[in-house]
Design a binder for this molecule. Structure first.
Ligand code: 6R9
Length: 664
């Protein structure tokens, strides 16, 4: 970080460098590289003092903390541990009696286009009333609540209401299957589920409540005492007497006031399941204090949020981006935010641009996969090109979820940002809580495809397998050397796995991100090269290869063995490619197509449609070494359609490669 001024000098002589707009440098909270460096210097000089100052300035503590960082039981770090706060109070109550009270908190645009607005005061009343409804059903501080909701104001209300009473929420993305819901209910020991009868996406009504019923009926979910059902549509839903209650019934007669319950800073605000390198998803546990600090701070730093901004993050609350940059960050910042129920391509692929115009969005935060699909749509249909909408309200653009290829970056910059708006390419993970490596809009000169430099106080580095720094210009393993306030605290119920996954002994106690990266030889800018573990990134969604393999072999009447790898895909970043050995002779032609379809549908049922393999290939066997190890690097080459030029002399059964080269 200290060499960043020379870094900036040299970055400016590179070909495509986009310095921040002058006006923004003047007005932004972090002004110019000097502003960035001053914060980095402060963090370097007094690490704990730096975080203590920011935590005091950005969070309302009901009990002030006296200790900033407790490293005594590393890597189980604690931040602000003797302090107390409430996350919902830091998003809502703190604005009461200020001009923000009557400001619009949420502009909700439904799938079909209807727009609803709520002010901060109204949102507080709704959250409080639903919090009282949770309490009336016996939900208390420390309980876990599973949320399986569409993108609606009620989804945010549900999360905030849990936070208000100190219950730990676990949101499951509405595209996940009954099996996934069941496993998460069991792992978290959820006492209640908050869901909706249906969700609306792209003009279709898709069931949610029925999936919860199926999950609970599959067994092992006796912990669930109540299922709250938000009636998103007029369609009927099946009621389990004594257990199920509609939102309307639950809030009827409940007060719109509910005192927020102060919790210890380390109290788990939420557990969010994400894919790792084994078949079982990890329950990433976040702490209230450090996480809330990060949500608020990064709204200020990365988005330079101002009172007049209209902020729009297009993520779903089922992912961490939706947690930090829909449910908590924008509200903690007192911003007006757009919440969108639908999909970017309905009723047409100009929806995002039309919505930016309609709601005068000034900060727009989306994923490369969405940009790539909208580029394709705009190329083939002029009517949905961003140029058809008035995008003059925009001032800052953001990207998250996967590496953004420089071509997509340039298109976004030119056609959406009209060469006026900086793009903050924010690198972070579920485990990080919020942005860690990202440009600052009023400071950092941008280079397409680079997430540039770490935030102040974030000690990011690239190391080799033994934890030693590699020189700039050569690739390696991305690590964070020092703890930060919003880091994962543990894996729910599995502290050993937490230690092993994120702080492996050979890496000197550094946090292992699981991504490969390289720093530019001259500028020190970071470029993320993708996952280095068995995790795929499909359209910005994290999927474990082992998870998909386990789902395939769970179809035990049909599948003997399966191996899953990723291959590059122009639209989705990576595509899932499954190599399958059946318990019957290798199918060909129509039979192969039919079985491939059956397997895709099966995976959709086991995990969710996002996990469906794009390619399925059948073989009599998989390429294995004589010791029986599957040679995944060969499978990766086959998936890419490369001819095998690698050494196959250790292969037990080389003839198999020809079979597996064929796609179904
Ligand atoms: C926030 C989120 C995390 C993984 C991460 C990395 C990839 C996210 C990125 C990026 C390059 C960016 N990733 N942002 N890669 N540039 N700006 O997406 O969390 O779902 O846990 O995924 O996504 O590979 O390790 P999560």
């Amino acid at each position: 970080m200290s060499d960043s001024s020379s870094a900036i000098q040299s970055v400016l002589v590179e070909n495509r460098v986009f310095p921040p707009p002058e006006a923004l440098v003047k007005a932004a909270r972090i002004s110019g590289m000097a502003g960035y460096e001053a914060l980095c210097a402060e963090a370097n000089k007094d690490f704990e003092g730096f975080w203590a100052r920011l935590a005091r300035e950005n969070i309302n503590w009901t009990k002030p903390f006296t200790q900033t960082l407790d490293e005594s039981n590393a890597p189980f770090y604690k931040w602000f541990a003797d302090g107390e706060l409430n996350a919902s109070a830091n998003c809502l109550d703190k604005h009461m009696g200020t001009p923000v009270e009557n400001k619009t908190a949420i502009i909700f645009e439904a799938d079909g286009g209807e727009v609803t607005k709520v002010t901060y005061k109204e949102l507080l009343a709704r959250v409080s009333q639903f919090a009282n409804a949770l309490k009336a059903r016996g939900v208390q501080k420390g309980d876990r609540v599973l949320i399986y909701m569409p993108m609606t104001i009620e989804g945010i209300v549900a999360m905030q209401a849990c936070a208000r009473i100190g219950a730990t929420h676990s949101v499951v993305f509405g595209g996940f299957s009954a099996k996934a819901v069941q496993e998460r209910i069991q792992d978290a020991g959820a006492v209640a589920v908050i869901t909706a009868n249906y969700q609306l996406r792209g003009g279709k009504e898709l069931p949610l409540k029925a999936i919860v019923d199926e999950a609970i009926a599959s067994g092992g979910c006796e912990c669930v005492k109540t299922v709250f059902v938000y009636e998103r549509t007029a369609s009927a839903w099946a009621r389990v007497a004594g257990r199920d209650i509609s939102f309307a019934e639950a809030v009827a007669g409940q007060s719109t006031e509910c005192a927020p319950v102060p919790v210890e800073a380390e109290h788990p605000l939420f557990v969010l399941y994400t894919s790792g390198s084994t078949g079982k998803p990890k329950g990433v546990q976040h702490a209230t204090g450090g996480y809330m600090l990060w949500a608020k701070l990064t709204m200020d730093w990365t988005f330079d949020i101002q009172p007049s901004d209209v902020f729009w993050c297009t993520a779903d609350i089922g992912w961490v981006t939706g947690h930090t940059y829909i449910t908590y960050g924008p509200l903690a910042a007192g911003a007006t935010e757009v919440v969108f129920e639908g999909v970017p391509t309905y009723p047409n692929a100009g929806r995002f641009w039309q919505m930016i115009e309609r709601h005068k969005v000034s900060i727009f935060y989306t994923a490369p996969t969405a940009i790539r699909s909208l580029i394709k749509a705009a190329d083939s249909d002029e009517a949905v090109h961003p140029g058809k909408s008035d995008l003059s309200s925009l001032r800052i653009l953001g990207s998250v979820g996967e590496p953004i290829n420089p071509e997509a970056w340039m298109w976004y910059y030119k056609n959406v940002g009209q060469e006026r708006c900086p793009i903050v390419d924010t690198w972070w993970q579920t485990e990080n809580g919020g942005h860690l490596i990202t440009p600052l809009p009023g400071a950092t000169p941008l280079v397409p495809g680079s997430c540039t430099l770490p935030l102040p106080g974030i000690d990011a580095a690239i190391v080799d397998e033994t934890g030693n720094d590699v020189p700039n210009g050569s690739g390696g393993i991305l690590v964070i050397k020092r703890p930060w306030p919003s880091m994962i605290r543990t894996i729910w119920g599995d502290p050993e796995r937490f230690k092993k996954s994120y702080f492996p002994e050979e890496l000197k106690g550094y946090y292992l991100a699981g991504d490969g990266a390289v720093r530019d030889a001259k500028t020190g800018y970071f470029r993320i090269t993708g996952r280095i573990d068995d995790v795929l990134n499909v359209s910005g969604h994290r999927m474990g290869t082992m998870e998909i393999e386990s789902a395939l072999v769970a179809k035990s009447d049909l599948v003997a063995e399966a191996a899953v790898v990723g291959r590059p895909d122009d639209l989705t970043g990576e595509a899932i490619c499954a190599f399958v050995v059946l318990k019957r002779p290798r199918p060909t032609g129509d039979e192969a197509k039919q079985i491939a379809k059956e397997l895709r549908d099966w995976v959709a049922k086991e995990i969710g449609p996002i996990a469906k393999p794009k390619d399925i290939r059948f073989g009599d066997n998989l390429p294995k070494t004589r010791s029986g190890k599957i040679m995944r690097r060969l499978l990766r080459s086959l998936a890419k359609g490369e001819s095998i030029t690698q050494d196959t002399s250790t292969l037990e059964n080389p003839a198999i490669l020809d079979q597996l080269a064929q796609n179904n």
